[in-house]
Design a protein around this ligand. Structure first.
Ligand SMILES: CC(C)(COP(=O)(O)OP(=O)(O)OC[C@H]1O[C@@H](n2cnc3c(N)ncnc32)[C@H](O)[C@@H]1OP(=O)(O)O)[C@@H](O)C(=O)NCCC(=O)NCCS
Length: 327
C-alpha cells in the first residue's frame, strides 16, 4: 500500500431554510446593498427548530461515505471541527458516532473555530501515520446562527449553518493530501469571542444570557489579520514543498467575506477565476466553509485531474491554516 494520504470521498450538507438579505432588512437596520458590497453575501442557510449540528454533520458524512464507496462501519476515527456542537458534553463527534450507528471508535472534537476542518486534516495525517489501516472521517460543521446576536447588525448578517466532510486513508483513489500547516496566536483572542457558556463565566439557575453569549468581534481588525495570516501560511506551505504560487491551480479560501477572499487571491497573485467562492450563497459557515466549498468544487468539475489545490482558513483564537491537495 502506498503511504500517500488520500481523500477518498467528500460530502456536504446544509439546512433547507434560507435567510436572504431582504429578510435581514426586516430584522435590523441594514440593506441588501450594504451587505452585498461589504461582504458579497446574498443568502445563508439556517437550521430550523429541531435540526441540529449533528444532523448537518451526519448528512455531510453520509454523502462523503457514498462518494468514497464506503460503509459507515468501515470508519475507525471521527474528528469534528466545531465550536457549536449540540452540547458541551458529550462532544459533537460522539453524537455523530451514535447517529451513524457506530460503537467503539475514536471520536473527538477540535476547537479551532473557522480553521477546524484543516486542523482536523492534520490530525488525520497523524492518525494515519500511526495507524496505516485507519479510515478517518473529518467533519467541519457549525450552527453559528445559534450563537449570533440577531440585534447586532454588524455580525448577524455574516453567518450561516452547514457541514462538510472528508474521508481519508493511506493509499487508494482520490486527491493526495500533500501537506498541512497550522498556526495560532492567543494574543489576538479578544478580536473574536463567544465567551458566554465557558467556565470563566459563573452562571446560576435562572440567569438570562447576555451579549457575551453570542459572537462579538472587531470586524476591521479581523479583516487585516485574516488577509495577512492566510497569505502568509499559504506562502509557507509552498516554500516548504519547493513550490511557488505559480504552481497553484485553484485556491479555496475560508468563505468569510468576498472582499477577504478577493484580497487573499490578489496578494497571492492567483487569477480570480482560479479562486473558488460560494460565500454568496452560504455566508460564513466557519469550520464548515472550506469542506463545503471543496466538496462543491470537486463535484461540479471546478477541480480537475492534475490540479494543485490550496486550502486556507483563519478563525477566532486566532487560528489559521493551509493545506495542499494534488488532484
Ligand atoms: C464586518 C465587516 C463586513 C464590516 O465592514 P467594514 O467596512 O469594516 O465596516 P465597519 O465595521 O467599519 O462599519 C462601517 C459602518 O457600517 C455600519 N454597519 C455595520 N454593519 C452594518 C449592516 N449590517 N448594515 C448596515 N450598516 C452596517 C457600521 O455601524 C458603521 O457605521 P458608522 O460608520 O456610522 O459607525 C468587515 O469588517 C469584515 O468582514 N470583517 C471580517 C469579519 C469576519 O470575517 N469575521 C469572521 C472571522 S472568521
Amino acid at each position: 500500500m502506498s503511504n500517500d494520504i488520500v481523500i477518498r470521498g467528500l460530502g456536504r450538507h446544509v439546512p433547507e431554510k434560507i435567510l436572504t438579505n431582504a429578510d435581514f432588512e426586516a430584522i435590523v437596520d441594514t440593506s441588501d446593498e450594504w451587505i452585498t458590497t461589504r461582504t458579497g453575501i446574498k443568502e445563508r442557510h439556517v437550521v430550523s427548530e429541531g435540526e441540529y449540528n449533528s444532523d448537518l454533520a451526519v448528512g455531510a458524512a453520509r454523502m462523503a461515505l457514498k462518494n468514497a464507496g464506503m460503509e459507515a462501519e468501515e470508519l475507525t476515527h471521527i474528528i469534528m471541527g466545531t465550536i457549536t456542537a449540540d452540547h458541551v458534553v458529550p462532544s459533537g463527534a460522539c453524537v455523530v458516532q451514535e447517529k451513524l450507528g457506530l460503537k467503539h471508535r475514536v471520536a473527538y472534537d477540535i476547537s479551532a473555530a473557522c480553521s477546524g476542518f484543516i486542523f482536523g486534516l492534520e490530525n488525520a495525517r497523524a492518525i494515519l501515520a500511526l495507524h496505516p489501516e485507519a479510515k478517518v472521517l473529518v467533519i467541519g460543521v457549525e450552527v453559528l446562527t445559534h450563537r449570533t446576536n440577531f440585534e447586532d447588525r454588524s455580525t448577524c448578517v455574516l453567518f450561516g449553518d452547514g457541514a462538510g466532510a472528508a474521508i481519508l486513508t493511506q493509499g487508494g483513489e482520490g486527491p493526495k493530501l500533500l501537506d498541512v500547516k497550522l498556526s495560532t496566536d492567543g494574543s489576538l483572542a479578544n478580536l473574536l469571542t463567544v465567551s458566554g457558556g465557558g467556565s470563566a463565566a459563573t452562571y446560576k439557575l435562572g440567569d438570562t444570557v447576555g451579549p457575551e453569549y453570542f459572537i462579538q468581534m472587531q470586524g476591521r481588525e479581523i479583516f487585516k489579520h485574516a488577509v495577512r495570516s492566510m497569505t502568509g501560511i499559504c506562502n509557507q506551505i509552498l516554500e516548504d514543498n519547493n513550490l511557488t504560487n505559480k504552481d497553484v491551480d485553484v485556491l479555496i479560501p475560508h468563505q468569510a467575506n468576498w472582499r477577504i477572499i478577493d484580497a487573499v487571491g490578489r496578494k497571492f497573485e492567483i487569477p480570480a477565476e482560479q479562486v473558488y467562492s460560494n460565500v454568496q450563497r452560504f455566508g460564513n459557515t466557519s469550520a464548515a466553509s472550506v469542506p463545503l466549498a471543496l466538496s462543491e468544487a470537486d463535484e461540479t468539475g471546478f477541480l480537475k485531474e492534475g490540479n494543485l489545490v490550496m486550502l486556507t482558513a483563519f478563525g477566532g483564537g486566532f487560528t489559521w491554516a493551509s493545506a495542499l491537495l494534488q488532484y
